[in-house]
Write a protein that binds this ligand. Structure first.
Ligand code: A2P
Length: 400
């Protein structure tokens, strides 16, 4: 790569994981799969190498070029990827790198779905990054820049597959691994203490548990998200009205792949869900859709960001989306001065009982968690995977 070409790239592509200090620190504490996407010659390889260089102790770069895989519309079953995929799988399975960088055109939906599967299996947060070079879609210029010597016609064939932005199932803030493990541990301790609480045992009817000796809240909320996150916009890969507009928002474009610290103010439990209430900062509210609260409770008025939460667990047959609805229910009761019993200090704060089995622990000290703003990607029509059991607590993490 010539000095000029390299300069062109760095000028136009200041991605947060290269230049933003908070993002760099957070990425180092997370498991991230960077999927570089774009036409041959658009600047992916330069960026891939820069990222690898920045995180060299803990990164592994897989470049399709190194496996002699020529960018093309595929008619085969993708067998040309078998060696690369074997090595990639081994790298993930043996925890050889916390940051996996994939440098390829990534124009093929089947190929992407295979990679998303792998990322979800090994708990990687996916960042889909496209170079922002001025010539990224200019086939005339790309013809001279791509080292595969693809013809104008070959490039024009590939171009439509990369013009459209890839929308996720949902956008949101994904917890860095250390903070995720800490929050899971806090949630576990809270559920154990609440489950053993005398007053809680008196209100068991709403939980459908008759015998207080059979009560185990950890088992009751056994379903937990694969990676803990705070959803900002549910898109269903573009099917939800307004998702394309959301993805095009300046704040979303700038915020994508950037690190943010979220502040948790309360933990709550209802017969359906358990979650954490998140207080968004002014900056984070720019990433919050205007209609997020109205979407689920159209008749009520809530301050923007009221629905922000992290689902920690759901009861059998309950969908994750219920957690935000339950949180708004608490806020509605708070607004109307609804029934509330104060049971004093417990665990990390003050515990209150509302009604119908709804408990909220207001934290005496907010819990801060580092996150990366990104999307969850998978196969359309297939729901996001869940964990049935708790993740292992990392011994290297500090206690919050
Ligand atoms: P949440 O953010 O409350 O945890 P699913 O597996 O059901 O497709 O959901 C995937 C994720 O998207 C979950 O995190 C879930 O809830 C969130 N989600 C699902 N449906 C919606 C929706 N209509 N609005 C906002 N978030 C949603």
């Amino acid at each position: 790569m010539s000095t000029q070409a390299s300069k062109d790239n760095t000028e136009g592509q200041k991605v947060p994981l290269l230049v933003d200090d908070h993002t760099v620190t957070t990425v180092r504490e997370s498991k991230i799969m960077v999927i570089l996407r774009g036409l041959p010659g658009s600047g992916k390889s330069t960026m891939a190498k820069e990222i690898e260089q920045k995180y060299k102790d803990n990164a592994h770069l897989f470049s399709a070029d190194n496996y002699n895989i020529k960018p093309a519309i595929r008619t085969s079953d993708g067998g040309e990827y078998s060696i690369m995929d074997d090595e990639l799988h081994k790298c993930c399975d043996r925890h050889e790198a916390n940051l996996v960088i994939l440098d390829d055109t990534h124009h093929d939906r089947d190929r992407l779905e295979k990679l998303f599967d792998l990322a979800n299996q090994f708990h990687f947060t996916v960042l889909v990054i496209e170079p922002k070079t001025l010539w990224k879609l200019d086939c005339g210029q790309l013809k001279d820049r791509n080292h595969w010597k693809l013809s104008l016609e070959e490039l024009k064939n590939l171009r439509p597959t990369l013009e459209k932005e890839l929308l996720p199932l949902y956008f949101g803030w994904f917890l860095a691994q250390c903070d995720e493990d800490k929050l899971r541990k806090i949630s576990q301790e809270f559920l154990e203490q609440l489950g053993a609480f005398k007053a809680f045992k008196k209100h068991l009817q709403s939980y459908g548990i008759e015998d207080k000796h059979k009560l185990n809240l950890l088992k009751y909320f056994a379903k937990t998200p694969n990676i803990l996150h705070c959803t900002s916009k549910y898109c269903d890969y573009g099917k939800v009205v307004g998702s394309e507009e959301y993805a095009q928002m300046e704040a979303v474009k700038k915020g994508y792949s950037r690190a943010y610290t979220l502040h948790i103010t309360a933990l709550f439990v209802t017969p359906r869900t358990t979650g954490a209430q998140v207080e968004l900062t002014e900056e984070q509210l720019h990433l919050w859709p205007l209609d997020a609260e109205k979407e689920v409770m159209p008749k009520d008025n809530f301050p923007k960001g009221s629905r922000a939460h992290i689902t920690l667990g759901t009861a059998a047959d309950i969908q994750d989306v219920q957690t935000g609805v339950d949180l708004l229910e608490f806020i509605k009761l708070q607004q109307t001065g609804g029934e509330k019993e104060d049971f004093g200090e417990m665990y990390r704060g003050k515990i209150h009982y509302y009604e119908n089995g709804m408990w909220m622990l207001t934290l005496s000290r907010k819990i801060e968690v580092k996150t990366i703003f990104s999307g969850y990607y998978g196969k359309p029509g297939v729901t996001a995977p869940q964990q049935g059991s708790k993740k292992v607590f990392l011994p290297t993490c500090e206690i919050m």
